[in-house]
Design a protein. Structure first.
Length: 244
């Protein structure tokens, strides 16, 4: 049994996690906290803390977990560069499982995207399109950013230079060294991601569509069980699933 605390428990993902924990025999839920609750006590009660709150919470939570020697599963997205650096700093003290997406299907999409980019190479133009519900705060989604990072790595491009976030106005012809990233918002869409590989006379599209949040919740709980007792370090869902 892994004793877990859920941070952000009243949110959309928090509620999905509570429901998933209820039916997960290998997990014991010891605390569920949201804004205004006693975070320190909740961290101390757990072996592994799962964060699905907001990006501004994660860095101080990671520090708190490091002080108490608790593993941390990070589900929040949209961190600033400074926050990312602060969070990553804790990897020398505790296991951090950090993934923009905990679904098995999306992690398979990550793997397929890398393979397709390696096979097709620079002759194919690559674009990432994501769609999420109207309440989503950050854009593009963390998953779309991860997909763009994978494409940049496989195609040996620097993402800071290659990324084109939406296009507007007189953009000129598309170059072969750009990665388009497009965020669509509306309704109650849980999360759709498509990677397009457009070549001469043919096009491949890899699409994942999440129809509910269960997949993320079950993946995060699986990551928590996996993280318990691991040496300190920075891990991803790819490690949890044995893809790396
Ligand atoms: P949400 O807005 O529904 O929930 C966030 C919750 O965090 C709210 O209940 C809010 O009150 C709470 N919160 C705010 N400040 C807090 C604090 N200081 N301490 C504790 N709780 C606090 O958002 P959501 O849709 O549930 O998404 C949460 C996060 O998870 C977002 O960053 C989202 O992008 C991310 N997400 C990640 C995955 C994944 O697989 N990694 C999947 C879905 C969503």
């Amino acid at each position: 049994m892994t004793r877990v605390t859920i941070v952000g428990s009243r949110g959309r993902m928090g509620r999905a996690l509570l429901a998933a924990a209820d039916t997960a025999p290998e997990v014991e839920l010891v605390a569920a906290v949201d804004a205004g609750d006693d975070l320190a006590a909740a961290v101390d009660a757990a072996e592994v803390v799962i964060d699905f709150s907001v990006h501004t919470v994660t860095a101080s939570l990671a520090d708190r977990c490091a002080q108490s020697a608790k593993a941390l599963v990070i589900g929040t997205t949209g961190h600033t560069e400074t926050e990312r650096t602060q969070i990553a700093h804790c990897q020398s003290r505790i296991p951090l499982v950090w993934s923009a997406n905990f679904s098995t299907g999306v992690n398979t999409l990550f793997w397929l995207t890398r393979k397709a980019a390696e096979i097709l190479g620079p002759a194919f133009d690559v674009e990432v399109v994501e769609m999420h519900h109207r309440h989503k705060q950050d854009a593009p989604s963390g998953t779309a950013k991860t997909l763009a990072e994978i494409l940049a790595e496989a195609l040996r491009l620097r993402l800071e230079e290659a990324a084109r976030h939406g296009r507007h106005g007189f953009t000129g012809e598309r170059t072969t060294t750009e990665i388009g990233v497009h965020a669509v918002r509306g309704g109650d869409v849980v999360g759709d991601h498509t990677v397009i590989f457009a070549g001469r006379g043919e096009r491949i599209e890899l699409t994942h569509r999440a129809s509910n949040r269960e997949t993320f919740a079950h993946g995060a709980l699986r990551a928590a069980v996996w993280a318990q007792g691991r040496p300190p370090g920075l891990y991803s869902m790819q490690d949890v699933l044995g893809f790396s």
